[in-house]
Design a protein around this ligand. Sequence first.
Ligand SMILES: Cc1ncc(COP(=O)(O)O)c(C=O)c1O
Length: 389
Amino acid sequence: MSGSKPIYLDYAATTPLDPRVLEAMQPYFGADFGNPSSVHGFGQRAETALEDARQRMADLLNAKPEEIIFTSGGTESDNLALGGAAMAARQKRGANHILMSPVEHHAISKTAEQLASHFGFELELLPVDELGMVQPEEVSKRIRPETALASIILGNNEIGTINPIEEIAAICRERGVALHSDAVQSGAYLRLDVQKLGVDLLSIGAHKFYGPKGVGALYVRSGTPLLPMQTGGSHEFGLRAGTPNVAYIVGMATAFEIAQTEIEQRAGKLSKLRDKVIEGVLKSIPDTKLSGHRHLRLANHASFVFKGVDGNALLMLLDNAGFACSSGSACKTGDPEPSDVLLAMGFSRDWALGSLRVTLGIHTTNEDIESFLTTLPKLLARVRSLEIA
Ligand SMILES: Cc1ncc(COP(=O)(O)O)c(C=O)c1O
């Protein structure tokens, strides 16, 4: 794509920082650099900013400020939720069973696998349907008195499907089991009201909604037993030691405020463009399927599988043609492994290896999508004719 600007269609990987967010962060890199734990004026100014950010996050989530734990991002929030709640439930009531969906991000699935392999927890995977959705009755069937917690993703990073968390939470609550949900992909497109969702733990990460990378939050409902995974000072109510990154936390609160306030407008615009991508791709390319739910999916998220195609080769051709997309999962060229998520949904290896994720954002235009829809069929034909797969 000689000369023209590349088109970014990978907003699920990360988003650019909103200039308003950068402006809000700036003072804490400069004059207000203090450590919030210090008693002097520098410290107190930082502390005020930190607690103001916590209050704003709490208000947006419909939570209490003391239920918001700041972390270094989605991964840490997921690790703390899963590890901390599992360990605490075992300590408190001898619970040893973890219930998880098979479509979780690695920040959850790898953590759960480690809890099973190194710490003796029994890990049980819930089934999902062919759209990657967890059915509440399956949770009901599998939850037991010794279940330490259940972890089920809200909006899926790979396939976009949104799980029925409210119904699942009602079941977990009735059975006295904590429910964690990974909402890292959902902050920009779903209203995250923890009372409505009914979750006990909820992970978010700022860089998915135009905030900075390396900062996130974990909502912990009051009374949910949680053991800290990072020990040291008494920061974050004793649940996450370490001097907080004030500038980034202020940035996250500002970004979250903008994202949650502008949600309807952004989701409305993007879902139309997303539908255009879905319809255009399905119409113009043979042996193609949408992965994930057609309607109950994140507003900015389109994902596909193409039969008999090397997804990585396609991504490279797209990149050369000026389109930054993703396969949706971390697989490497040369040693391609199909995504566990797609396999759990019932796709055969032949289909699952040819995955493509196209995720839109606030800077995506109709022209970007038209240009993408014109180019993709040609690249698919090329990759198929080269028999790269
Ligand atoms: C659903 C989900 N959970 C967790 C994470 C981890 O977030 P981070 O890499 O920012 O720590 C991601 C990142 O892509 C994600 O999509």
